[in-house]
Design a protein around this ligand. Sequence first.
Ligand code: SF4
Length: 447
Amino acid sequence: MSLGWPLATLNAVGLAASAVDLSVDDFPTAAASTARLVAIAAPMHTALRLGVDAARRVRALNPQAHITFFGHYGWLNRDYLLQANGTSALADSAIAGEAEDALTALAQAIAAGRGANGIVGVSTPSQTAPPRLTRLHLPTPARAALPSLDAYARYEADGEMYLAGYTEASRGCLHTCGHCPITPVYGGRFFVVPVETVLADIRQQVEQGARHITFGDPDFLNGPGHSLKVVESLHREFPRLTFDFTTKVEHLIEQQAILPRLVECGASFVVSAFESTSDGVLARLNKGHTVAQMGEALEILKRVGLPVQPTWVAFTPWTSLDDYLGMLGWIRSHGLIPATSIVQMSIRLLIPPGSALLEQPDAAVWRGELEPANFTWRWAHPDTRMDALQREIAFIAEDADPDSHPWILFEAVEYAAHAIAGLPAPAHPRPAFLPPPPPRLTEDWFC
Ligand code: SF4
């Protein structure tokens, strides 16, 4: 979406643009050598890492090109990107929020030989522009020149793999969780994409062979009426298409009445950010739910027959070793081991510049130095065993055989965590028949 929407918007005003997904394609040396504007999408931390490498290569090949970063992480890290460190800066501008119009205005200015200063929504070394939070008339994303769906993760269900597509029915988020990069950019606002546009995007992916669609909205149930209209239209046109979506625990409870209809329309799993089994940590993250509500949400999902894949922020400055062991026990006792991707057990809180967490009154106590080139504030756990455990679990996750059953990997995590706590490994007998993982994508999602 980060490429398809800008591409469609630029094409619509007659600007010649091409797009490359650097997560699956080679760096486009020829195009980068001659482009007048290079716009790099950085919606996530990993994308920014790839994007910074790309910006360095563009600078070396084509010093005259204007480089802009767009997306949450690009804008949050704009001080680093726009600052000249002895040599030229990595970027000339940065854009965030509903970015396509600002990007188009920038491209038109560059094409006309003008600079970027004074363009609404475009931050430069001499002006900081807030994120664009204006509803846009988005066209259908332009996918024809993008890599085909078989370059990406598959949908896996009942031992079979299927091509999967991806779309978004809304952007931004109604909520303001402290650790989320969307909060400092959207500040609790979200914008829906018209049903016809979402359907047109799904249609073009079904034509490419998609049998499943991921709704990548930050939270699909921010606008439940809109989402219902989207999936009912999807189901009318493609009755065999399945889909997944992401929503928070609070919404699973508040919107439980519509969940059966989502399942009837093809919902085959939901991703939900459970984050922690400590109410203290959940309050720190401003998650808006409690551990008891996580249990309530699981009961609701069981009743409606919708499997969940919880996501976790397993390591924070406030998560004690007892909390971590408690999380493992909670996952086991709630039957979630098959739904737990092991990388989730290693996730360490990332605090980008501008994070809402930095506004907490005691932030100076737990945060360390800003590491601009790593796009994060450093923090260390007061209990050094926690940082050692995080490194060990990250190693287990990186080293894991992708064909290993989640149960085997989960046991390895349990063993490591108990060992570091000086406790004997828990003596849970392994079931003779390991339950198959619920429907999922073949690449784990984590932020
Ligand atoms: S974590 Fe989820 S619910 Fe919270 S602000 Fe981010 S997208 Fe919204």
